[in-house]
Each structure stands twice: as C-alpha cells, then as structure tokens.
Design a protein around this ligand. Sequence first.
Ligand SMILES: [Zn+2]
Length: 300
Amino acid sequence: MTVLTRFGMALFLIIASLQVYGADHHASTKAFKSIPLSGSVVLLRGKGGNIALIKGEQGLVMVDADYKEMSAALEDVLEGDGGVKNVTYLINTHWHGDHTQGNELVGHHAQIVAHDNVRTRLLTRQEIKLFGMVSEPYPEHALPSLTYSKKLSLFINGESFDIVHFPNGHTDGDSVVFMKESNIVHMGDNFFSGMFPFVDVANGGDVMQMADNVAAVLARIDDDTTVIPGHGTLSDKLGLAEFHEMLVGTTDEVKAMMTAGMTVEQMQSEGLSLDWEDWANGLISADAWIAIIASSLKAS
Ligand SMILES: [Zn+2]
C-alpha cells in the first residue's frame, strides 16, 4: 500500500473520531455548567475548552472564551458579576477557536493576553487540515493586545497569576496559567482529562514535548492543587500524573512498532496495550491517537 493511502486512512480515522465529538456537542444545550472552585475561582464548562473565571473587586479575569456560538450563554453567566464589560483580562491558552472565538465578545472590554505566537497566528488565516477547520483572521479588538514570550506575571484581585509558555506541546503558542493563592492551574490543551488528546502536529505541536511539559508542571504543583484541563472533567495532580504516564507509555508502544517497520494501518490493527483502553472513550479514538503519535514521531 502506498504511503499516500496509509496517510489517507489515518486522516479518515482522525476525522471520523472528531465527527463523533461534534455530534455529541450539538446535542447539548448552549449553557455553561458553573463549578465553584477554591477562593473566587469558578470553572465554566460549555462546548469548547474549559473556562476559568476569577472574580474580585478589581474586575473579572477569564482564562479562555469558548466558541462564538457560546457567547450569548457567556454573557448570561457573567451577568451576575457586572456583565461582560466587567472583564478586565482574558488569557488565551492557545489560538484554537474552541478557546478563542469568544474573544470577539470579550475583547470589546478586556485586555487579551496570550503568547506571542497566538497573536501572530490569529492575524492570518489558519487551518487545522486534519479536521478541515479554517480560522479567518480575527478583527483587531479580538486579537491578543498584550503578548509575551516566556513568562508573564499578573497581580489582580489578591491573586498572583504566573502565565508560563511551554513550547511545542499542543501547539506552538501554549500557555499554562498558575494561580498561586488559590493553588489552581489551568493547563490549556496540554491536558485532556482522562482521554487521548489532540496534538496539533501541523501547527507546532509535539507529543513527546507535551509529555515533557506535563512533567515540568507536575514538578511545580502539589497534591492539593486543583488542575483544570483544556477538555474533560476537573482533575488534580494524580490525574495529571496518569495522563503523563499514558503519553509516555503509548508513545513508547508506537515507537517500538515503528522501529519494527510497521505501517500506521498495521499499528492500528495491532492496537495499543489494554492499559490504555479507557483513554479511548473521549474525543480521540485509539486509532486516531496512534496516527497522531506516528505523525509527531515522523516530524521530530
Ligand atoms: Zn486546542
């Protein structure tokens, strides 16, 4: 079988698994589920990436902003806290639309903070070819207005935020947001809780680097830290450690099969070991995950 056909098959499997994701979410109503965390922090779970909302007298701070179609629901949920005009800072963990399309609503009022590469990407047309997704350039007010390269500190509402860039994990512009006083960390898409993640290899992501990034975060947090994943349910250090173990374990298995000369199709029919069975029940199937790891290993 030709390389092209094998690649086509891998693409098909990834797209098929994403369509399941889309179907699931269309069935849900457009409302956020609010989950109070410690201190003045609330987790908002909508359709796209998880949002952290931090309240206080100096105004609201948000981490991520979900899809545009969730913006009306976002306005509703912010109403009790002074409304969307009360948002002072919006931090984007990366450029993907399920985390940044809400910029268009929030950016009329808030400063949008992100890694340098997020602004660069949102200035121009972006694509995730694997999913056939296109992102048109964002209007000026929806672009990050405050960008950084390695680390940015923000002090507001009695909370110290460390916004830290971890290179080439999920994309080339990922931020992890540490909230020191509340002992909460928002991982962005460097963490999909309890499921295989999407890694945007075509836009600077790398599976092995993601594992290194997760290890670096694990070294900074403790057993009491609340860990917000980009996608999936609220977690903790143990949940993040299990995710790290899965990243390393599955990458080792795919690497061994590649070294043995197997094609992506052959690896998919061989499958991963049963240890990782439960991780396939989320957004990305085992076959899609094998294809992502293989493409990441080939690219690096
Ligand atoms: Zn993402």
